[in-house]
Design a binder for this molecule. Sequence first.
Ligand code: ATP
Length: 641
Amino acid sequence: IFTKDFKSKVADKGWKEGEPVPYAALVATFEQIEATTKRLEILNILTQFLLVVAKRDTDPGGTNLLKTVYLCINRLCPDYEGLELGIGEMILMKAIAESTGRNVKQIKEDLKKEGDLGKVAMASRNNQKTLFKPKPLTVTTVFQRLTNIAKTSGNQSQAKKVGFINQLLSACQGNEAKFIIRSLEGKLRIGLAERSLVVALAHAIVLKDNEGKKLSPEAMSQKLDEGAEIVKAVYSELPTYDIIVPALMKGGVHHLRENCKLTPGVPLKPMLAKPTKAITEVLDRFEGKMFTCEYKYDGERAQVHLLEDGTIAVFSRNSENMSAKYPDMVEQIPRCIKEGVKSFVLDAEAVAYDVQEKKLLPFQELSRRKRKDVKAEDITVRVHLFAFDLLYLNGESLLQKELRERREILKEHFNPVESEFGFAKASDSSSTEEISAFLDESIKDGCEGLMVKMLTTDSSTYEPSRRSMNWLKLKKDYLEGVGDSLDLVVVGAYYGKGKRTNWYGAYLLACYDPDSENFQTICKIGTGFSEEQLKAQYEELHPLEMSKPRGDIEVGGAKPDVWFEPKIVWEVLTADLSLSPVYTAAHGLIESRGISLRFPRFIRQRDDKDADDATTAEQVAEFYQRQATAGNKKGGGNAED
Ligand code: ATP
């Protein structure tokens, strides 16, 4: 299956079975991926490369393949272990300067011209006269050194990091420095989405395991499709390559389901809901089916795990371990477990609670908590857990069971505890009047609205990581607008005028396109901020300033005064959406033009979302299409003033 180009540039890099993977081979693969935007071509290139790596990897645990996989998605470990790259521009510039004998000022100037620090590093490195050719880098060494850099903390950590990066850059040849720098920045920006990697990994293993067998193209194609489905499904239940890659190397795709199952301690990606604008829309969707309406609590999603050894862990929507933020919840949990429960995974919402008044408090009360090392004396607001699903119990995954059954098992094995633990309040009634009354009741009790869920049939299984039509959200406040708020990334800012000159006065926001891994600009937002908010925003965003828009921002006609590393996510409300000559959001999905938000209003910062969890281009297009009034669709967008 190798193309000629691939063979000469990658596969024949002089690396034999049992030998470590040369980093140069990975970089050559990255270059080929970067040169195309076609998803099938990207998949093919990556499959070929992973196949070669897998075939030449003689380690029974597939270490070489595992590290290659991690470097392809620029991660060092599973999400929940929390070790991340993302080194600031200044540290990187210092390291490039030191390792290439130039000064930071020159590097800065080059960056202004070039716009990509990776390319600046590569050019600086290649212009350098060196007496000895450095020893070629391998995937394993690069992985190890990146891990060391990410782990460096404490005293003098900046200087230590510069030292380590300097060392790594000095060993780079050809265009390796470009990708080392991009890895350190936190993103490769070659348009390689993680879902393509999962499929490529599956295809590579299927091809390896069927080599030499005389299969018809149809039979092979079926095997590839089946393999991809299996690996995707397993990964959404057990999102860790640390277990999946060795299992694939040992038993191929067909034994993967037996060997890799939902496991307490490894958070799975939560099931998500689709927005709706009206009760009638809910009824249309669920017509003739059994469904349930639950209170939509306004808190923070909490996936609570009890491991066989008695450990209790709480994970956020993003798979971050939050046990240190909620020591009180960890302490409360044992009181709600009935006898005989040895392990579980619970899906729930953690809500701020007023114990005296016995009422729910707004989410903001909890968001003020530190994220780590919370001590008993720091806790001013109590947390109440509302469980709405049970995904695993005593060694058995419940994902494939109907919601009605999961809910029964949940209630059989857990006890409500006053002011600490309860089940999400639910009503299984199905007339418009009853749903409307339940929606009003939920608001009166301090919730955001309702979650409406399929209760029986195959459509009511738990679908990890999917935004499913089998879960609908009905948010009272947003029924008037587009049905939901949007979570957008702050990618730029405009300086303020008058009294606001010390801070930014307005911001440029973007949505995320997971296919291209790019951020697409969507609107300028500048009204409704208090002085206090503007000041706090400046303090948080100023360190993220970049000299040029990063390569993964599709700028369009936006012209902010400063650009940011895409990191901070804000929840924003809009009156409606319109086509725009200026912004790039969802371009190509509805029309060649992008879409923009009209009259955007800031609601809150979403610390529980990363930039790549932002509202997607596809969701923006869906919001636009669902707008009731045709008149809104013709607008010219909120062009930059
Ligand atoms: P999304 O998760 O859809 O991207 P989001 O994180 O902004 O968006 P919402 O749009 O507010 O979340 O809706 C889904 C969230 O509602 C869940 O992730 C969960 O935290 C919360 N939630 C509250 N009550 C329930 C419930 N009964 N069932 C499911 N989720 C609930």
